[in-house]
Design a protein around this ligand. Structure first.
Ligand SMILES: [Zn+2]
Length: 298
């Protein structure tokens, strides 16, 4: 790697972290020490740098999710070394967004696992943040037996991006998702441009049926499943508030009536039950994004 490329990576990482920092009110983006939480005998979450990773210790190696970037990968690697001597042998990429899929070079023995749609986006990477290739891709479901437990990867359609993967450990009732919800906080609207709100709603409603004891998500420290349940209620309430006026306009004689709602609904729809959530000032952006997903499909 050339010094120029290295400094570019550092700069890009810093920008991502700055954005994350500015976006976060409830959790510091790079606290002094990583926060390691034990979820089961062999499973941990490691939160640092505004990202939470799942760490699953198997018989022969370790599985992790989203190292995110080079800085964070170094911190994650040091924390894993305190838990086990085994190398990281699998990295599951939650989806294709470039802020999640960097840092994989810190784990040279790891095979990369991702949903196959990731290949539609990897070649577009202009900043060389993305890995060059993926070792294992899957279509709808893939299971890795780690010797100590099973780790399932599920694809249920587009969510945040087109290669949205839900990681599920059925023995332990542990789920990992990324960028589908946060801890009582509305994601800033500028980060929703590639979020299919209908897809997110479908995925969350499906995993809400699972017996989840720990719901780990990429940008929140807590894995309390109540947070997932609160966000399932939120996205269904958002849909229920946005869909009826669009359906009414779609049934009218004017084929263009629905498009005007993209501008008017963000100014008129409110959900006061969520006004105390962090980032509620972004609610109008959520309304617009849900309206566009309903009208447009994506
Ligand atoms: Zn994302």
């Amino acid at each position: 790697m050339t010094p120029v490329r290295l400094s570019l990576r550092v700069a890009v990482t810093a920008i991502f972290m700055l954005c994350a920092s500015l976006a976060s009110h409830s959790v510091a983006w790079a606290q002094d020490a990583p926060i390691v939480s034990k979820l089961s005998d062999n499973t941990y979450s490691v939160f640092w740098g505004f990202f939470n990773s799942l760490v699953v210790i198997g018989n022969k190696g370790v599985l992790i999710t989203d190292p995110a970037n080079d800085n964070r990968a170094a911190v994650l690697k040091a924390e894993i070394a305190k838990l086990t001597d085994l190398p990281v042998t699998y990295i599951v990429l939650s989806h294709e967004h470039f802020d999640h899929i960097g840092g994989v070079g810190a784990f040279p023995q790891a095979k990369l696992v991702a949903q196959k749609n990731i290949h539609a986006v990897l070649p577009l990477d202009p900043l060389d943040l993305a890995p060059d290739d993926i070792d294992i891709t899957f279509e709808n479901k893939y299971t890795l037996n780690m010797g100590t437990t099973d780790v399932e990867m599920h694809f249920m359609g587009a969510g945040d991006g087109v290669a949205t993967t839900v990681v599920y450990m059925p023995w332990e009732g542990i789920a990992f998702t990324a960028d589908l919800y946060e801890d009582k906080r509305l994601t800033p609207a500028s980060f929703l441009d590639d979020t299919n709100m209908l897809g997110v709603r479908r995925i969350l409603n499906r995993i809400g049926q699972w017996p989840i004891k720990h719901a780990v998500t990429a940008h929140s420290l807590s894995s309390d499943p109540q947070i997932l349940r609160d966000n399932i209620r939120y996205i269904n309430d958002l849909y229920d508030a946005v869909y009826p006026p669009i359906a009414k306009a779609a049934a009218s004689d004017n084929p263009f009536a629905i498009y005007g709602l993209l501008d008017s609904l963000p100014d008129t729809v409110t959900l006061e039950a969520y006004a105390d959530w962090d980032g509620y000032e972004h609610f109008s952006g959520h309304v617009r994004r849900m309206a566009l997903s309903i009208i447009h499909g994506g």
